[in-house]
Design a protein around this ligand. Structure first.
Ligand code: SER
Length: 792
């Protein structure tokens, strides 16, 4: 392929594993071979040496290709003649950061040899972790000392179980080469991906030189005047010469587009290799297994990267997969990671020693054990962290009244506590000094005032109208009746008759319009006009009455003038607040309520008695407490809207990684429904349930006044009827005065009375008439049928 002999120098070519070579030796060796005319260099192996030799390569314009000096800081801008022919360690660090983020670990400790190459790699890893909200908390450095043997490091690293290996796709060429290599070396020299990259690098240069020569370029060198003037002494710098075609050869190398043993080889415009990728290896006690791949194209996957290149890139977290890992100890459960570092001590977590509303946080029988809604939420969240957090709860407060929550938070800021857990509202003053987690429950200030359910009155049906309204309505019914009677009387038979009948007609007509049930026809134009207007008025009055009665009977009526925070502020009445709560400061500082109006209350029982006795007109407190309070005290209700929006969270010192991790854990609890279950376990108490669902039902109590009126009128009507019918019956009996009826038994008289009462009036009246005629004719004999009075 090549028509002339070209000198290529391989620096440390047989050392395919990382090893340490004193830079001076390397440098001297390199400068020595540069004394002979050289068109390209393969090497050096170490990044430290590469940093120095690259200057020389720049000066002599000799392309220098390395497949092991992969320090990401070897910048192509600074070292234009230096080319990395294997993926830069930048990509290895991205892969490591992706794996750490994949397993949800947030903080890492790095162990590395303290040399240029590794130091720079760890710096890049730190940047990559920061992009994934993770960080390096400790850098454990090993001295770049030849006495640290490979075995020592291996023994350490094997306690870490995942490793990355440069990925080279399987191919026939690779398999053939491997077989050839084994037979050439009799199986005594192993082959790893760096060997394949070495092979490809040689071919890369060979092709570039061919392209260089094909383009008509010559290999020629010229003296470097700068080096001549330096006076190299033992280094013999004057012997070095500049490769005249260096620029062209460099450009030919960068135009490489070939299929090597390591797969397709091509450079991006930024001189990095296309499609860097790694195998993810699970190191086991007696070997290793591959659990997936990492590619810069799509992140972590269990399919080889070359298959992914055919699809669009997808680095979304849902597309990241690895096969299961056997972790140290032979378990496949992902380790939680390290223990939260607190100088080996347990975290001191301050919790309020509550006196009222102890469902939120409660000290168990004077012990140091605490339980409650907030504690359960905290424990559930901490279990989800990828690392253990040894902690102990420290009670804060005197046990006689709720402690000041502002002080509790201050103690976190002052490092007295490492965190504060409880029903702690996230408010501005506090967020300035500590970091809160995401809120785990919504909270906001509300006003509670007494309510009286006024639908219990039996005379509730009168309440839609005031007495005056009732009086005016009644008078108008009569006026309209009289007016229509006047307008109709002369022309309408239905409005004529005896005076008594006409009075009845007026009353009946006017009141039956209330239900649009009047039977009398109006025939005069004026009468119809009055009637139609009146019916419209009746329609409006009826609908208003119905609407008002409905609301009176179904909606709870407030017996206090407090309608919400605004009316409470202007009322000048005393206001209750929970001792220790931020609500006191808020009302004084934000709402400008004089402190003298504020009354501190400690427990739900105190709330109830203060509201009932009128010691306070209303209580201002957070929704979760009030929900609990109202579930046991049914005579009060929330007035108006929540007037602040906030939530409760756990407090941590500023910049604590725990605040972020706990927030994530709380979101997980919220999304998987666990938060709601904890809430239901502690806070869903419903002693007042009856006043809820059933409050829409109407009870007899609200109506017995109406039934009473109806019943009394029925009884009165019956009594009047009885009075008249008995009088008639008596008269009839006297008129009949038959011998058979005298002295008859009382049961026979009762039967006769019932027959009399059962008889239809017209029939009885006609029979009575007929009988009277007969009596007149017969002298009153043989009469036993009664006559009826028209009233009855
Ligand atoms: N939740 C209140 C506060 O944080 C205490 O009652 O101030």
């Amino acid at each position: 392929m090549m028509s002339m002999q070209i000198q290529l120098f391989l620096v440390d070519a047989n050392c395919l594993y990382p090893c340490t070579i004193p830079i001076s030796v390397d440098f001297l060796a390199s400068s020595a071979f540069m004394e002979t005319d050289t068109v390209a260099i393969i090497g050096p192996q170490s990044s430290g040496t590469a940093h120095i030799l690259s200057h020389l390569a720049n000066e002599l314009q000799v392309p220098m290709l390395s497949f092991t000096a992969l320090d990401p800081m070897l910048s192509p801008l600074q070292y234009p003649y230096f080319i990395q022919t294997a993926p830069s360690d930048l990509f290895q660090m991205i892969a490591v950061a992706d794996i750490i983020s994949f397993y949800g670990w947030r903080e890492v400790v790095t162990i590395y040899s303290d040399d240029d190459h590794n130091r720079n790699g760890v710096t890049v890893l730190g940047d990559q972790l920061a992009e994934r909200l993770c960080k390096i908390t400790y850098k454990a450095v090993l001295p770049p000392d030849p006495t640290v043997t490979e075995n020592d490091v291996r023994a350490e690293l094997e306690k870490g179980v995942l490793a990355l290996r440069l990925h080279t796709p399987d191919s026939k060429r690779k398999a053939d080469f491997s077989a050839r290599w084994n037979s050439l070396s009799n199986g005594t020299i192993g082959l790893n991906p760096y060997g394949l990259y070495a092979y490809d690098t040689v071919w890369m240069i060979a092709r570039a030189v061919k392209m260089f020569l094909d383009q008509g370029n010559n290999v020629s060198f010229s003296n470097d005047t700068k080096l001549n003037n330096v006076g190299g002494g033992a280094l013999n710098l004057e012997a070095l010469s500049i490769f005249d075609g260096g620029k062209q050869l460099l450009s030919s190398v960068l135009q490489t587009n070939m299929n090597g043993l390591t797969g397709p080889i091509k450079f991006n415009p930024d001189r990095s290799l296309v499609h860097p990728s790694y195998d993810v290896i699970n190191v086991l006690e007696n070997g290793y297994r591959q659990i997936g791949y990492w590619s810069n194209y799509s992140g972590l996957s269990i399919v080889p990267p070359e298959e992914l290149y055919a699809k669009p890139p997808n680095r979304s977290s849902s597309n990241q997969h690895l096969n299961s890992v056997i972790w140290p100890g032979g378990t496949s459960n992902k380790p939680r990671g390290w223990v939260f570092p607190n100088n080996g001590k347990q975290l001191r977590i301050g919790v309020p020693r509550r006196v009222g509303y102890r469902d939120f946080v409660e000290q168990v029988n004077g012990t140091d054990i605490v339980h409650g809604y907030c504690i359960d939420v905290f424990l559930a969240a901490i279990k989800l962290l990828p690392y253990a957090v040894p902690h102990k709860f420290v009670l804060f407060g005197n046990g006689h009244e709720n402690p000041s929550y502002n002080e509790l938070v201050n103690m976190v800021a002052a490092d007295v506590f490492d965190a504060a857990v409880g029903d702690i509202a996230i408010v501005t003053n506090r967020t300035k000094i500590v970091d809160f987690t995401q809120p785990y429950i919504e909270s906001g200030l509300v006003v509670v005032a007494p309510v009286r359910n006024m639908n219990s009155s039996p005379w509730a049906f009168l309440r839609p109208f005031t007495p005056l309204m009732w009086a005016v309505t009644g008078v108008f019914f009569l006026i309209v009746g009289v007016v229509v009677w006047i307008l109709e009387h002369r022309i309408n038979d239905e409005f004529r008759g005896s005076p008594r009948k006409q009075v009845m007609t007026i009353l009946w007509f006017s009141f039956s319009t209330m239900f649009f049930a009047h039977r009398e026809n109006t025939v005069s134009t004026l009468g119809r006009m009055v009637l139609i207007i009146w019916l419209f008025v009746v329609l409006i009055i009826n609908s208003s009455y119905t609407a008002s009665l409905t609301s009176i009977l179904t909606v709870q009526q407030l017996s206090s003038p407090i309608r919400g925070i605004d009316s409470l502020i202007i009322s000048n009445s005393p206001i209750g607040f929970q001792v220790g709560s931020f609500a006191e400061n808020y009302m004084v500082e934000e709402l400008n309520i004089p402190k003298s109006r504020l009354i501190k209350l400690g427990s739900p029982e105190e709330y109830a008695s203060a509201l009932e006795t009128g010691r306070v007109a209303a209580v201002v407190d957070e929704q979760p407490y009030i929900d609990l309070f109202l579930s046991n005290h049914c005579k009060f209700s929330i007035r108006g809207q929540e007037f602040t929006k906030s939530g409760w969270g756990f407090a941590f010192p500023r910049d604590s990684p725990l605040a972020v991790d706990m927030s994530t854990a709380l979101l997980t609890l919220s999304e998987n429904g666990e938060l709601q279950k904890i809430h239901n376990r502690w806070l869903s108490k419903r002693a007042c349930q009856n006043s809820g669902a059933e409050s829409d039902q109407l009870h007899l109590q609200s109506f017995w006044g109406l039934f009473l009126i109806c019943g009394v009128s029925c009884v009165i009507a019956l009594l009047i009827y009885l009075f008249f019918i008995l009088r008639k019956f008596k008269r009839h009996s006297q008129q009949a005065s038959e011998p058979s009826s005298h002295g008859s038994s009382s049961s026979a008289r009762l039967q006769t009375f019932l027959t009399f009462a059962d008889m239809k009036e017209d029939k009885s009246r006609s029979k009575s008439k007929r009988k009277r005629n007969n009596d007149l004719m017969n002298g009153g004999r043989n009469s036993n049928l009664p006559g009826m009075d028209p009233i009855c």
